[in-house]
Design a protein around this ligand. Structure first.
Ligand code: AP5
Length: 215
């Protein structure tokens, strides 16, 4: 199964992608995670990408298109994958189509997770993540057992630089201007499956899996 998880910052793409990985046994390909790892590893690409990410701008298309093209060729992605945070612009969507066509493949669905802006801000400002094992938390909705300590590996949790108020505002604008138009692109291709992203993580997961039952 080849899926795109689509939605604004904080909609729950990463949270739901991890659950879908367990259900379907296919990998999550998160461009945000790949870029953050490259930054943490201090690679030239990661250092360059960090300049855009810290303010909430998109990393240039040629960088992310190259990342996804490489990742999709790895062994664990041959039976399918969940794209989380990609594509985010029209050139990225066109590059994905061209790559799939070269490989004789196609997308099965684009699941759009829809959440009102106030809830997005609440989700993003309470998010914490583990810099060591990448586990994600929310201080109210999914808190660690001990404040600011990762349950899984004991590392100190951090707040993402782009989860601060100015960057959140800019990310919302970026989504609205550059990414939201892709909904029409996928609607026209009959791939878009809009889903209500409000409610508990389990409720949202139940709706997503129900919307994929025919695949
Ligand atoms: P990326 O990491 O992809 O960020 P994003 O799309 O802004 O999405 P988030 O990770 O912030 O949110 P999410 O939807 O995954 O929500 P989550 O599950 O964590 O990208 C970061 C940056 O990298 C971009 O700004 C850009 O610079 C660059 N980049 C990445 N991809 C790119 C691309 N293709 N092109 C160009 N640049 C790119 O949930 C959020 C919080 O809410 C968590 O704390 C979670 O616990 C909680 N939560 C989740 N679901 C619920 C629920 N149902 N109820 C209550 N709380 C919930």
């Amino acid at each position: 199964m080849r899926l795109v998880l689509f939605g604004p910052p904080g909609a729950g793409k990463g949270t739901q992608a991890q659950r879908l990985v367990e259900k379907f046994g296919i990998p999550q390909i998160s461009t945000g995670e790949i870029l953050r790892k490259a930054k943490a590893d201090g690679t030239p690409m990661g250092t360059e990408a960090a300049r855009y990410m810290s303010t909430g701008d998109l990393v240039p298309d040629e960088v992310v298109v190259g990342i996804v093209e490489e990742r999709i060729q790895e062994d664990d992605a041959q039976k399918g994958y969940i794209l989380d945070g990609y594509p985010r612009t029209l050139p990225q969507a066109e590059a994905l189509d061209a790559m799939l066509e070269r490989r004789g493949e196609s997308l099965d669905a684009v699941v759009s997770i829809e959440v009102p802006t106030e809830a997005l801000v609440e989700r993003l400002s309470g998010r914490r993540s583990c810099p060591s094992c990448q586990a994600g938390y929310h201080m109210e909705f999914d808190p660690p057992e001990e404040a600011d300590i990762c349950d899984k590996c004991g590392a100190a949790l951090i707040q993402r630089e782009d989860d601060k108020p100015d960057a959140i505002r800019h990310r919302m604008t970026t989504f609205h201007d550059q990414t939201a138009p892709l909904m029409a692109y996928y609607q026209e291709r009959g791939l878009l499956r809009p889903g209500d992203g409000e409610g508990s993580m389990d409720e949202v997961f139940g709706r997503i899996t129900a919307s994929l039952e025919d695949l």
